[in-house]
Design a protein around this ligand. Structure first.
Ligand SMILES: C[S@@+](CC[C@H](N)C(=O)[O-])C[C@H]1O[C@@H](n2cnc3c(N)ncnc32)[C@H](O)[C@@H]1O
Length: 227
């Protein structure tokens, strides 16, 4: 899903005010280890996380994002580290060799993909055997009878001190996500529910009362390839 230039700038300018779930992501990443690792951040936005990973000792970090304005901001903010690169690309079709990554990170991006299998297959392809995915995303369950809402757009409001930023997510059911993980040879090592106070379904959404939006952090591991 495309972000306009204004939205990218606004998101980046206010990011520090809605980054309270970052410490959980960082803690899980440090717990599986990032020093000396090759890491890709899918949907890297303005590159803040990618830069953090380089500072913490990752050997090589690639930040990939679909949005030109985000990649431009990331490049602008990045220092001239030769082990940090940014790539304008769709996270489900990355021009990167298979089995080349020790870690795949993705913070609030998975819910943008039209089908969960597209992104989990790509994560699985990129990861080396036993490599880890650490990421956050939204899962939205709808009440029985409202299944037609799946894969439709839901307006999300990211609130910050100076106002708010409106973004859009696709509604993804838990079953689709769990099936896609299993079909991609990934196993769930950990799932934490996270309380993302700033990311709320906008009042304008007419089906608000029939849905339950949940943000989760998952740690997944790539199953060993045989042979
Ligand atoms: C909510 S922002 C999160 C950005 C960053 N991960 C962070 O934590 O600040 C979602 C990002 O996902 C990117 N995105 C959306 N769809 C994408 C896709 N198909 N491939 C790569 N990036 C995508 C957007 O351009 C945006 O930068």
């Amino acid at each position: 899903m495309k972000y306009s230039k204004e939205l990218a700038q606004n998101y980046s300018a206010n990011r520090s005010e809605y980054n309270d779930t970052d410490p959980m992501l960082f803690a899980e990443l440090e717990s599986v280890g990032l020093v000396g690792k090759r890491i890709i951040d899918i949907g890297c936005g303005d590159g803040s996380h990618a830069a953090w990973m380089v500072e913490r000792g990752a050997s090589q970090v690639i930040g990939a994002d679909l949005n030109e304005s985000m990649i431009a901001l990331a490049k602008e903010k990045a220092r001239n580290w030769n082990n940090l690169n940014f790539l304008l690309a769709d996270g489900s079709k990355l021009p990167i060799a298979s089995e080349s990554m020790d870690r795949v990170v993705s913070n609030y991006v998975i819910h943008y993909f039209p089908q969960a299998i597209l992104i989990f297959n790509e994560i699985s392809r990129l990861l080396k055997d036993d490599g880890y995915f650490i990421g956050t995303f939204n899962i939205t369950d709808v009440e029985k009878g409202f299944e037609y809402l799946y894969n439709q757009v839901m307006p999300i409001r990211l609130q910050h001190r100076h106002g708010s930023v409106m973004i859009k997510n696709l509604i993804k059911p838990r079953e689709e996500i769990e099936q896609a993980i299993a079909d991609s040879a990934l196993i769930v090592l950990k799932e934490l529910e996270i309380n993302n106070l700033h990311s709320v379904v906008d009042e304008s959404y007419p089906y608000k009362e029939y849905i339950r939006k949940q943000s989760v952090l998952m740690v997944l591991q790539r199953v060993r390839r045989s042979g």
